[in-house]
Design a protein around this ligand. Structure first.
Ligand SMILES: Cc1ncc(COP(=O)(O)O)c(C=O)c1O
Length: 452
């Protein structure tokens, strides 16, 4: 019998997150205070985050134990399955072996609960009663709404206006889990009001929604801020995905030659590839390729600058050294809402700069074409974000057909697209168009980078 799924028993679920900071060949550049330009201290971050998360942000301990209360909640949907895409392989007539680790079976439909639950837990432990956050496509907002419901914390979500309008059901999910969700820009914060005054129909951006959520958190003692991607502790929590996959690939007697995943802020893909990249760094698997895929319309790594920048539009966050399209970037309203962020996780940016991970970009019509192929062979309706990885995996599998190589390709499949059907409808009716972010706009935005 040819197996297509590798189940991992709950007894074998990893009990520790993997921290890449222990194994980096060159340490990460420091995070800087936006006012002084000096490295931030834990006290600078304390109004926004619980101290345990601040410690994780800078920790160089290799393994960080997952608290039992978090493991208990993980066990409501984890471990997730590893699949072999045999029907896709057959349809492509490729000798490549295509595996995918599927995070769409969490209650919220994506990888985001892996960190949402952990963040809600650490906030609860510190006595926090309310959390403010932003959301793009609504995946993060719904995951945090669920995490907060499990720990009885109030949750306020600023949702990028264009997604709020495109995806009303995501808002209803958040409300069902007990969160309050408003479109961003909103009239509830200065950052939102300032933008609405300048641009009443502003479609919003993740950078702007972050400004609103940070301002909200700073204005109340009972409230912290929570970010669903980019930061080191978020990537750390996602490593449960790659650690499970390592065990499952071993069960399948396989090892990836290529790992491919989409990057918005970088959390799902890092969660998959960080546990593997240690083999590349140590020299055990020097030829393994790790490919980050981003939209042509938001080409942060492929066209952005590697520089210190703010994480938000209003310039309230600390300065992160990362690939950026400039914090003033307002992305075009493409259908992969979760990939419309101007910056990239500092860890991924650093690893790209060191030549350990590569990046490529894809157009939205091509990624939906790949998503349709995946749906018609494997059955899964893939989130538009994850269709980016499927597209590049298919391209690599076709290259294998041409070269006759039987490479092993691992897709970091971050979630289902059940709430993205209006985007599929647009593709199916031929209404979707492609858009490349112009080089001149990137150059213009670079003029607003903070001077460091
Ligand atoms: C399904 C899915 N995949 C990927 C992403 C991109 O985020 P990240 O790069 O942090 O994984 C999102 C963001 O909302 C998402 O919802």
């Amino acid at each position: 019998m040819e197996k297509s799924i590798w189940f991992l028993d709950q007894n074998d679920m990893p009990t520790h997150w993997y921290n890449i900071q222990a194994d980096l060949p060159v340490p990460m550049p420091p995070v800087l205070h936006p006012g002084t330009g000096k490295p931030v201290t834990p006290d600078d971050l304390a109004p926004l985050f619980p101290m345990e998360l601040i410690k994780q942000e800078v920790s160089t301990e290799r393994w960080i134990e997952i608290p039992e209360e978090v493991q208990e909640i993980y066990r409501t949907w984890r471990p997730t399955n590893l699949y072999r895409a045999r029907r896709l392989e057959k349809a492509l007539d490729t000798p490549a072996k295509i595996f995918y680790k599927y995070e769409g079976t969490s209650q919220a439909g994506s990888h985001k609960p892996n960190t949402a639950v952990a963040q809600a837990y650490y906030n609860k432990k510190e006595g926090i009663k309310r959390i403010a956050t932003e959301t793009g496509a609504g995946q993060w907002g719904s995951a945090l709404a669920m995490g907060c419901a499990f720990f009885d914390i109030e949750c306020k979500v600023y949702m990028v206006r264009i997604s709020y309008d495109q995806k009303p059901y995501r808002r209803i999910l958040m409300e069902t889990w007990g969160a309050t969700c408003v479109p961003s820009p909103s009239t509830e914060t200065k950052a939102g009001r300032d933008m609405l005054e300048k641009w009443p129909d502003c479609p919003g951006s993740l950078g702007l929604a972050i400004s609103e959520a940070v301002e909200d958190a700073l204005s109340r003692d009972d409230t912290h801020y929570s970010l669903g991607s980019v930061l080191n502790h978020v990537l750390l929590h996602q490593t449960i995905v790659g650690e499970e996959t390592r065990k499952q690939m071993e069960m399948a007697d396989a090892y990836p030659d290529i790992i491919v995943g989409c990057v918005g802020g970088g959390s799902n893909f890092a969660g998959q590839f960080l546990p593997w990249i240690r083999d590349k760094i140590s020299g055990k698997k020097p030829d393994m390729r790790i490919i980050c895929v981003e939209p042509e319309s938001c080409p942060t790594i492929t066209k952005g600058a590697y520089a210190y920048d703010f994480g938000d539009v209003a310039g309230m966050t600390p300065l992160l050294k990362m690939y950026t399209l400039g914090h003033t970037f307002i992305p075009p309203p493409i259908h992969a809402g979760g990939l419309r962020y101007h910056g990239m996780a500092p860890i991924i940016s650093h690893l790209n700069k060191l030549g350990l991970v590569e990046a490529t970009a894809a157009h939205q019509t091509a990624i939906f074409e790949a998503g349709i192929k995946f749906a018609r062979t494997e059955g899964i309706i893939t989130a538009p974000e994850a269709c980016h990885d499927v597209k590049i995996a298919i391209d690599e599998a076709i290259k294998c057909k041409e070269s006759g190589e039987a490479k092993t390709i691992l897709i970091a499949h971050s979630g289902h697209g059940h709430f993205d059907l209006s985007s599929y409808a647009k593709y199916l009716s031929g209404e979707l168009t492609d858009y490349s972010y112009p080089e001149e706009d990137v150059k213009k935005a670079m003029q607003d980078l903070p001077k460091v």
